[in-house]
Design a protein around this ligand. Structure first.
Ligand code: PEP
Ligand code: MG
Length: 550
């Protein structure tokens, strides 16, 4: 038996076989000698053949399951791989001494840039196809296969690290637990694990130099411990622990269906954060009173092209209908930073968290933004919808977003397309938004504080970087002071304020947040009943006198 520690991200015990997500580092050596050059050429040729086989299979699958038109997207990639100019570009790099990975990577970038600079919008969009095709080749050259994300049975997923776009490709119904060597507890992959309620460890000291695939593992997300090839005694101990946890969970069941009111009678909205349509069932199973954050960008990840208006409309409508009239807050796509959609062809950035993400992308790619707003407004006819904009730093941005929304509603009305009205809110997740909250409050219907980003920007501590994990404290006095200021600004303008960052689930601070004036808390579904219990035990009397938001 091998035991080791990691940083727990979500509690609970999971046992199952390990599925190791294979990702290998690129070869970087230059100036290969002649025989190596020949072997690199052979590797490239084999990778092309394998990519072609994968794409043919995918083409057939998409054609039969989705449709001819969607399948053409796959065919375009096949054509790219056959393109003589692309192949010549790779070969000449191989002859100049590059490894196959370097040659494919550089040629892919060069062609993507070439297409990206074309006048014609259709040709520009092909830049993403080139990158996708090149990435497929790189994946194969690095030892990957099409089966890398295909879980054939329930298992514990282990990996060096998992990106958000990789997590969306996994069949979540088969993921029992997640253990990664890298990662931080505030990353989006960790947040996703919490949404799904899966025992998860990051920064785990997994053993090096031995195959892990297929071996039994127990993940103890309560103590941050894992066991590989556990002995009988450990199995018994962990099964008992699992039973005890289930017992505690059962104790919370009596809160199901109860109102979320403080001990002194103030109604609090307890909503769930979700990242996909499927998550809404988890939210309902945990008695969510609404959806406080639908991270719509997850609809854009792990695929080869943007979801169409119809696809988005269907997704938003399904969530709204499932919530049966309860409020659903859809956050417009917060693409960028760690949530990358390769097909958009954004250049790599030095400081992605401070870069091109959130509303910055939406206001630049207005076609994408309008498509999303149209889908949201159309879906709004089927429930109680609200839209909110991420990464706001100015009043001007909010006004531009609202103007776009107004235009979309006007166009839909002119076209006679059924649409509903939406409440409009913004996320407060930058210090700029906090400092301008007094002005911003008059521009919108509500605030929702994203403490995950607000913490990283306030404390200058990257939420993705394990080295500064200790500095990243969402309850740092500076962050709490900001939260208080935001609630005060909301109250001044007569709008409601909620919190959808992870701090909302930390019951040690529930009473403090309620006393500041927050009336909505949106958390990963698994925390809802526990939070309701805490809300019902809290009082608001000290600060709420004269501090009512309604
Ligand atoms: C936040 O920043 O707190 C937030 C809820 O948004 P995300 O975690 O998706 O960045
Ligand atoms: Mg955020």
């Amino acid at each position: 038996m091998i035991t080791g520690k990691g940083l727990p991200v979500f509690s609970g015990i999971a046992e199952g076989k390990i599925f190791y997500l294979r990702k290998h580092a690129f070869k970087t050596e230059q100036n290969l000698s002649l025989p190596d050059m020949e072997s690199e050429k052979a590797r490239f040729s084999a990778a092309r053949k394998a990519a072609d086989e994968q794409l043919s299979a995918l083409f057939e699958k998409v054609r039969s399951e989705v449709g001819e038109q969607e399948a053409m997207i796959i065919d375009v990639q096949r054509m790219m791989l056959d393109d003589p100019d692309f192949n010549d570009a790779v070969i000449s790099r191989l002859e100049a001494g590059s490894s196959a990975e370097q040659a494919v990577d550089r040629a892919g970038q060069q062609f993507a840039e070439f297409f990206g600079n074309m006048e014609d919008a259709y040709m520009q969009a092909r830049s993403a196809d080139i990158l996708d095709a090149a990435n497929r080749l790189l994946h194969i050259l690095n030892g990957g296969t099409a089966a890398d994300f295909q879980l054939t049975e329930p298992c514990i997923v282990a990996a060096d690290d998992i990106t958000p776009s990789e997590t969306v490709q996994l069949d979540k119904s088969r993921v029992l637990g997640i253990v990664t060597r890298l990662g931080s507890s505030h990353s989006h992959a960790a947040i996703l694990a919490r949404t799904l309620g899966i025992p998860t460890l990051v920064q785990a000291k997994l053993p090096d130099g031995q195959p892990l695939d297929g071996r039994m593992m127990i993940v103890d997300g309560c103590d941050g411990q894992f066991y590989i090839d556990p002995d009988e005694q450990t199995f018994d101990r962990m099964r008992q622990k699992k039973l005890d946890a289930a017992g505690r969970r059962y104790g919370l069941e009596e809160l199901r269906g109860m109102e979320s009111v403080t001990a002194d009678g103030k109604k609090i909205e307890l909503y769930a954060n979700i990242g996909s349509v499927d998550d809404v069932q988890i939210a309902l199973a945990n008695d969510a009173e609404g959806i406080g954050l639908f991270r719509s960008e997850f609809l854009f990840l792990g695929r080869t092209a943007c979801p169409s208006e119809e696809e988005q409309f269907a997704a938003y409508r399904e969530v709204l209908e499932a919530m049966g009239g309860r409020r659903v807050i859809i956050r417009t796509m917060d693409i960028g930073a760690d949530k990358k959609a390769d097909y958009l062809g954004f250049a790599p950035e030095e400081n992605p968290a401070l870069g091109f993400r959130g509303v910055r992308v939406s206001l630049d790619y207005t076609g994408l933004f309008k498509t999303q707003l149209r889908a949201i407004c159309r879906a709004a006819a089927f429930g109680t919808a609200a839209v909110m904009f991420p990464m706001i730093i100015s009043v001007d941005e909010v006004r531009r977003c609202r103007e776009m929304l107004r235009q979309v509603l006007h166009e839909l009305a002119e076209q006679g397309v059924l649409a509903g009205n939406v409440e409009v809110g913004i996320m407060i997740e930058t210090p700029a938004a906090v400092m301008l909250s007094e002005e911003l409050a008059y521009e919108v219907d509500f605030f929702s504080v994203g403490t995950n980003d607000l913490t990283q920007y306030t404390l200058a501590a990257d939420r993705q970087n394990p080295k500064v994990e200790k500095l990243y404290d969402a309850a740092h006095p500076a962050v709490l002071k900001m939260l208080s200021l935001v609630a005060q600004s909301a109250r001044g303008a007569g709008i409601w304020a909620g919190i959808c960052g992870e701090l909302a689930a930390d019951t040690r601070f529930t009473e403090t947040l309620l006393r500041m004036g927050y009336t909505e808390l949106s958390v990963s579904p698994a925390y809802l009943l526990e939070l309701r219990k805490t809300v019902r035990e809290s009082t608001m009397d000290l600060i709420s006198k004269g501090g009512e938001t309604e």
